[in-house]
Design a protein around this ligand. Structure first.
Ligand SMILES: Cc1cc2nc3c(=O)[nH]c(=O)nc-3n(C[C@H](O)[C@H](O)[C@H](O)COP(=O)(O)OP(=O)(O)OC[C@H]3O[C@@H](n4cnc5c(N)ncnc54)[C@H](O)[C@@H]3O)c2cc1C
Length: 43
């Protein structure tokens, strides 16, 4: 079973964490949970 990363909030911080985590482990399964209607396009 692969590793999973759950990120709460998809602002600049959440998007940056997701991008860096994926760079370090391309097989990582990432789920971002956002309460708002939009996700950041930063990072
Ligand atoms: C009016 C304004 C203008 C700005 N203009 C600029 C600019 O021109 N250039 C620039 O570089 N910076 C600008 N900034 C600053 C920039 O927006 C912030 O530095 C940046 O958004 C911070 O990112 P963050 O991920 O830490 O937080 P946020 O962007 O606040 O992201 C946090 C996210 O988490 C979500 N969230 C919170 N709690 C939960 C929960 N319990 N469950 C699910 N989701 C949750 C929120 O909905 C949000 O989407 C501006 C800020 C403001 C207020």
């Amino acid at each position: 079973m692969g590793k999973k990363l759950v990120i709460i909030g998809s602002g600049a911080g959440g998007a940056s964490v997701a991008a860096e985590a994926k760079r370090r482990d391309p097989n990582l399964d990432i789920v971002m949970i956002e309460q708002g209607d939009y996700v950041s396009t930063a990072a």
